[in-house]
Design a protein around this ligand. Structure first.
Ligand code: MSP
Length: 533
């Protein structure tokens, strides 16, 4: 995984989502994880550019619009707006939102395809073979056979197609792709996906259609052959480049990471790098390097079953809103981050597990811990942070625990393992609880001879709380900012691409200033009683 480099901006992308439907938990998940990673970078003082958006030229958009008596663009406008506003509402701070129907994108795609045509890596031919209409995907014969001529995604029969097309010479890039994988072991993660992909490339690559006919004008025309439309996947993949292919933004390329799920692995990890390899051989495009890495997560399932239209069990926007209302947005973000399918297995979005995690980790651990510390300072120190007798060494154990957790958190975040980052942060809170139990400040408070000891213990607790809240900020920004407010800390991490955070400095033990007023407030996460519903 590419390491953050403060010398240049960090560029992270999500898939651009189809606008034939409204956003659901899967789209929200990928974009939220990307947001957490970008926030983490900014908190560490780096610039981070998060790109998300919508993929609009699919044939199914035309069908969905027609069913509603709308023009494709009207339908796309409505749904793109829904994606954009949903992401904003869910606390996602993206620096741009690309729609493939925007002229800035279309102009660039025509330009790239023209360059490929001129170079000869795109040529005219006839496609005869299988097509997965739901996925808008051409399926090689061996795969079609292996899948028994059914879409592995929606189970619908593959369609036989014969049409004049423009082809991309994918087969010419097999060796170069394999060499790239060999040279860059972290290019695609997790490792099991990488092995799967390399295996598939080694089976042999066929040239792929990169245009289609009969789109009724919905899509980007092939330069010089306007009867043909650029195949929606080629159009879509180029978004990562087209959005930053301007004078001001070109230095963002190559992307540090394309965050995607396993369903679209082939396009991102085989076709896209090959397209870029072809493009960078075209005059004037030598700067078009390959993305630094691709991270493919797995899927959320819902209450133990695959989410599907027929089961009607999607975690829809309505359900997402309901969770936010009952538990708060930050609790939803925490569940997504800590229990999500970042690795190779799918994960269950289950209300029972959600409540369990919420009560155990947020209400009883993070929230209760913040409460205990601030209440004791209120009670025993007149609401002011006491001066520790020896702020550096008085409480070595807790300090070391915090520093270790911070180290693990940094590593996890650099590797996009937000679940591990949550676990590292949580150790701080369980550490504070154990420390309070062991040092028993409520007993110390009764003994006037032990005032210094009490002050040291409470100062340490507040320091550890500060550490924990900083580590959890990218995951739960709103609630953690509330902790900062209560602790009288003036942290203000920038939300835009410019990183102004100083996490390294802030994560120094002993930074808190004695005498700072400490506020106790309502519970950060009120315990949820499932029976009270
Ligand atoms: N438009 C293409 C992507 C083009 S990118 C150049 C597409 N769109 S999609 O709307 O179907 O979104 C697919 C992506 O949504 C997945 O790769 C993943 O990021 C997210 N998810 C969709 N369903 C999901 C789950 N059930 N679980 C987790 N994420 C999933 O494919």
């Amino acid at each position: 995984m590419s390491q953050p480099n403060p010398g240049r901006p960090y560029y992270i992308t999500t898939p651009i989502y189809y606008v034939n439907d409204r956003p659901h938990i899967g789209h929200v998940y990928t974009t939220t994880i990307a947001d957490m990673v970008a926030r983490d970078r900014r908190l560490r003082g780096h610039q981070a550019f998060l790109l998300t958006g919508t993929d609009e030229h699919a044939a199914k958009v035309v069908d969905a619009a027609k069913e509603r008596g709308l023009e494709p663009l009207q339908w796309a406008d409505q749904n793109a707006a829904s994606f954009e506003s949903t992401f904003a509402r869910l606390g996602i701070r993206n620096q741009d939102f690309i729609r493939t129907t925007q002229e800035r994108h279309k102009e660039r795609v025509r330009h790239y395809v023209r360059a490929l045509l001129d170079k000869g890596d795109v040529y005219e031919g006839t496609y005869e073979g299988w097509y997965d209409a739901g996925q808008e995907e051409y399926v090689p014969d061996n795969k079609a056979e292996q899948w028994e001529f059914l879409s592995p995604v929606n189970g619908k029969p593959l369609v036989r197609k014969k049409e004049r097309n423009w082809f991309f010479r994918l087969s010419a890039f097999q060796d170069e792709l394999l060499a790239h994988y060999e040279k860059h072991p972290d290019f695609l993660l997790p490792i099991a996906r990488r092995n799967e992909l390399i295996g598939r490339i080694k089976e042999g690559l066929q040239d792929v259609p990169m245009s289609r006919t009969g789109s009724g004008g919905w899509g980007i025309g092939v330069p010089g052959d306007e009867e043909q439309t650029i195949y929606v996947w080629i159009d879509a993949l180029f978004n990562y480049l087209s959005t930053v292919d301007t004078e001001e933004r070109r230095s963002l390329w190559p992307a540090d990471v394309h965050l995607i799920a396993k369903d679209i692995l082939w396009f991102h990890a085989c076709i896209w790098p090959a397209l870029l390899m072809a493009l960078r051989k075209c005059p004037g495009h030598e700067w078009v390097a390959l993305p630094r890495s691709i991270r493919a997560h797995s899927f959320w399932i819902s209450e133990g079953r695959k989410m599907s239209k027929s089961l009607g069990n999607f975690i829809t926007l309505e359900k997402i809103d309901d969770y936010c209302q009952r538990f708060g947005l930050d609790a939803l973000r925490y569940y997504l981050a800590s229990r999500g399918p970042l690795g190779t297995s799918d994960r269950d979005f289950s209300e029972g597990l959600f409540i369990e995690v919420y009560n155990k980790e947020l209400a009883n651990s993070v929230g209760n811990c913040a409460n205990r510390v601030t209440v004791m300072i209120g009670k025993y120190c007149e609401g002011k942070l006491p001066a520790a007798a020896d702020p550096v060494d008085g409480t070595k154990e807790l300090r070391e625990l915090c520093e270790r957790a911070a180290g693990r958190h940094a590593e996890a975040m650099a590797a996009l393992d937000v679940d591990q980052a949550c676990a590292a942060a949580l150790e701080v809170f369980t550490g504070i609880d154990a420390y309070i139990d062991a040092t028993a400040p409520f007993k110390l408070a009764k003994d006037p001879a032990r005032t210094d000891e009490l002050a040291t213990v409470l100062y340490s607790c507040a320091e550890a709380l500060r550490f924990g809240s900083l580590l959890l900020w990218p995951i739960m920004p709103e609630r953690m900012q509330e902790v900062w407010r209560r602790l009288g800390l003036g942290y203000a991490p920038a939300l835009e691409d410019e990183g102004t955070g100083k996490l390294d400095e802030w994560l120094r033990w002993g930074e808190s200033v004695a005498g700072t007023p400490i506020e106790r407030g309502a519970p950060l996460f009120a315990r949820y009683d499932a029976s009270a519903g």
